[in-house]
Design a protein around this ligand. Structure first.
Ligand code: FAD
Length: 317
């Protein structure tokens, strides 16, 4: 069976859920091989989780230098592995960083790129969901390897054990004469809240929240549910909440067990980022709001009255 490479998405010694989805997708067309690019010691923290989710092989690409570059080490390591094992596909998370890696890798290896896949249909073929989920497109590449960027939340995570055999591979030295790190700023994160695309519960606010200060109502409900906070683009554009929390076509795609939409109308571009949530609860004072078309539970009412009541009820349990 052909090896299918999966670039491991990890942060602070934790594997992100989309890695498990990609291992699951890779299993459908071959033997999943996880590729860990990180600083020395990274793989030892991740290896058990990768093997428990089906990684037959784990390529260990560790170097102190990887923190100094955004995508070069990942591209270099993957390009060398593509040349060596000729995989039918390389799966990469479809975030901003992942897309940069995927694009560069496609050019470097002269491979076709299947961007933003939500399903794998064969060795070099997959399904995209486009125009805010309005159309489903199937495409395939005609090159030996497909570079796939994988949309998080598209597949269930399944536990299935793999051998997890580790093999160390070299991280090629980057030519420091061509680029240098200027500064490193930690991203703004939501405190102790879970990461938006990984959270099993998301509470999101829209323009109906009315101001940045009022977003406190959204945060309080989110904290009572141990949830991540999301926002519509209108809320972000109005300056109510930072844009890294935007959900939708031009923001993040989430697929939590529970999505609570507060004061969000449910425009198609917002739905594109959250309509695969397992249970959707909407609070909106307009009974005609489109969000109610996809909501499992809808409350017609003022969010400033409903959200605190929800918080109170959750607190009693
Ligand atoms: P509105 O549409 O203004 O809705 C506010 C809602 O709040 C209304 O339904 C109102 O009834 C309700 N409300 C008001 N006050 C209260 C209250 N006190 N209690 C309860 N309910 C109340 N949007 C995204 O979200 N994400 C994207 O990624 C995105 N990408 C886009 C890309 C493109 C190319 C374009 C053209 C648009 C995009 N948009 C995106 C914008 C999208 O079209 C909508 O404009 C946006 O989603 C609206 O946000 P909203 O629902 O918060 O605001």
């Amino acid at each position: 069976m052909a090896e299918v490479l999966v670039l491991v998405d990890h942060v602070d010694g934790e594997i992100k859920k989309n890695t498990y989805e990609m291992l699951n997708a890779a299993r459908r067309i071959g033997e999943p091989s996880a590729v860990v690019v990180g600083t020395p010691g990274t793989t030892s923290k991740l290896a058990d989780g990768l093997a428990a989710h089906g990684a037959e092989k784990i390529y260990v690409a560790e170097s102190d230098d990887v923190v100094n570059y955004l995508s070069t080490p990942q591209v270099d390591v993957l390009a060398a592995l593509v040349e060596r094992v000729s995989p039918p596909a390389v799966l990469i998370p479809a975030g901003a960083d992942g897309r940069e890696v995927a694009g560069r890798l496609a050019v470097r290896t002269n491979s076709g790129w299947l961007n933003d896949l939500v399903d794998i249909d064969g060795e070099r073929a997959g399904t995209h969901s486009i125009f805010g989920g309005a159309f489903t497109v199937q495409s395939h590449v005609t090159t030996d390897t497909a570079i796939v960027s994988w949309r998080s939340g598209s597949l269930e995570v399944e536990e299935q054990s793999g051998a997890g055999t580790q093999e160390t591979v070299e991280v090629p030295a980057t030519d420091a004469s061509k680029s240098a790190k200027v500064s490193n700023r930690a991203p703004i994160v939501g405190g102790d809240r879970p990461e938006l695309t990984e959270a099993s519960v998301v509470v999101a606010g829209g323009r109906g929240v009315g101001s940045a200060d009022n977003f406190n109502v959204v945060e309080v409900l989110a904290d009572s549910l141990h949830a991540a906070v999301g926002a519509s683009r209108a809320a972000v554009d109005s300056g109510y909440y930072p844009n890294q929390f935007q959900v939708g076509q031009t923001g993040k795609t989430v697929s939590p067990q529970l999505y609570v939409a507060l004061g969000i109308s449910g425009a198609i571009q917002h739905r594109a980022g959250m309509q695969t949530s397992k249970t959707i609860v909407a609070v909106n004072k307009d009974p005609e709001a489109p969000i109610f078309e996809i909501a499992d539970f809808g409350i017609v009412g003022d969010l400033f009255s409903v959200a605190p009541q929800l918080t109170e009820e959750v607190g009693k349990r």
